[in-house]
Design a protein around this ligand. Sequence first.
Ligand code: CA
Length: 734
Amino acid sequence: MDRRTISVIAVGLAMAVAGLYAPSSAFAQGAKSAGAKKRASAVKAAAVNGKRIAQADQEPGNWMSQGRTYSEQRFSPLKQINEKNIGELGLAWSYDLDTHRGQEATPLVVDGTMYFSTAWSKVVALDAASGKLRWEYDPKVPGEWAINACCDVVNRGVAVWEGKVFVGTLDGRLVALDAATGKLLWETLTIDRNWRYTITGAPRVVKGKVLIGNGGAEMGVRGYVSAYDAATGKMAWRFYTVPGDPSKPFESPAMEKAAKTWTGEWWKYGAGGTAWDAIVYDPDLDLVYIGTGNGSPWDRRVRSPQGGDNLYLSSIVALNPDTGEYVWHYQETPGESWDFTACQPIIIADLKLDGRTRRVLLHAPKNGFFYVLDAKSGELISATAYTKTTWATGVDLKTGRPIETPVGRYPGTSPEPTQPGPLGGHNWQSMSYSPLTGLVYIPVHESGFLYKSDPEFTPKKLAFNTATDGVAAGMPQDPKIKKAILEGIKGRLVAWDPVQQKKVWDVERPGPWNGGILSTAGNLVFEGTASGNFEAYRANSGEKLWSAPAQTGIIAAPISYTVKGEQYVAVLAGLGGAFPPNTGEVSHKRGLMLPLITGEVSHKSGLMHNVSRMLVFKLNGKATLPPRKVVEPVLNPPPSTASAEEIHKGEKLFQRYCSACHGDVAVGGGVLPDLRYSGTLTDDTFYSVVLDGILKQAGMIAFGKELSKEDATLIREYVIYRANQSVEESKQKN
Ligand code: CA
């Protein structure tokens, strides 16, 4: 008997003893007899239940839920790949995706099959050892729904449970698929489509219920989390994160309490608080924790003019998993006004604090402070800035409130960027906690934002509704100011001691928006970078040990698993999400690997191609990636003839309607078309695209309902002006 067979049997025995589940497909794959096929079809795919997830450490070769375990530490106990042999890690296989959009999903691996979601909420199942396609599923999200997404048409993952795979779709559906075939079993609409909701987060399954939230706080919606019966799709409960119209009955005592912290007519703006990512479960305490989003619109003076904390914005809320009832909350950013969500991934851990072991939540939300909370009571244990924070100097441990600075709430125009900005000191890119080193590994973004109220704000159906001034927030074109701002924008991989609340080591990155993190028992930390590499570091000291090129930026989180006893490390590659489309110029100047520089570019349409694919590594892997064509695009705009007044009007419209996808101040971030290169700047196709929506299937809807032909012309004049400015700027450099 070889070692592999022994290990397979050993794992099987352990599971049989624990009475956990039916024989897995891994056994069927291991068998070579004629009966193997029959047995394989009899085996249930993704036979995962609560017991199996709760005892995930007993089968470390599988990755059965978002953060591997319910505690979502994203730590793998596997150590076949370790600090000694990491130099032998090579590509085992790769799988190209049918989309060029951003990839944010964490894959799951159960008994030899890998399940993951891709852009446009599609789902793929692969043989985890070979990369061979088992099945794929396309929920056919209408392209037009993309206008409601703040941050690309991404999806962060699927959940599996008792033979089903669940995915939330961009247009608000929760879908259940047969894990063996990818066939649709049920789907249910989780949103009211009169409001601009989206789903990008991964569902979690707790006690037979599928939990899902939504996004849309930039568009003007009211946040909530819902639970659906995994077997039937029937809704079990819904918890709203902010109160609705107080003239109607409150849905719960929690909403009645929350309404006392709001003023004015907040419900007309939706109010926000969308729970678009973090949902974790503690089986020991039997509590579900959700992280809630920012206020809608951002500026509190608009949505709640007489102030107030605006519960439960920017909070961690603990819920009863059976009923969805409120248990406790801790608000990280009272009276939220900066897009400081608390949706960032939550980790549950046991920490030794003052001589006793405490069950805690570890959280590094956008606002820049690292929080340690008691998991049972929500008591604030400690909070320290993990990055530069100019809006607050610290957190008062007695009141639990941030100590705000005079410039924090942007009384006028920010003289310099407030830090962190809407990107957050940390965003959805998951952090990881290693119980071996006792460190939390955080992908930190260092960037700020020029906040200013927009006195002319009125909510629109087809634009961002933040009530902040997009022109004031745009990258200043004065070379000195621009240089200073750009130099302040970086990324960092930070190893954080949550007990001492201090940094132990860090790695500086040229730019932000690097990938989520995996730590392993091999004393390794894995992270992909926005500049196009997949890297490994020594977990206790931060020494760089290994790197492989990915041909595109990586933003998703890696996982590790085994098939037939062999360890693999997998990560989805494909730049996208909020940052590159949104902040074009910064992306170019801060080292992000943009398709504009490295990929195929179609000059005529201005469309660019990202490379989105699954990359899987193992020791002595010998696979290679196909070479990429490098095309340097040439800027050749028509002359700018518009007046300064017209350009200013065009800039205002561009920043509010176009910049989120086509880049701040009309510099594309590489994922979506950079309009400065567009062939339509000189012909009437421009109007057909902008006003009539001839490219709506790709997400470019018709803006004709809200923008006039004159508006479209102003936008075009602004883009032409900016393209000419860019040509001048590059001449000065050469
Ligand atoms: Ca937001």
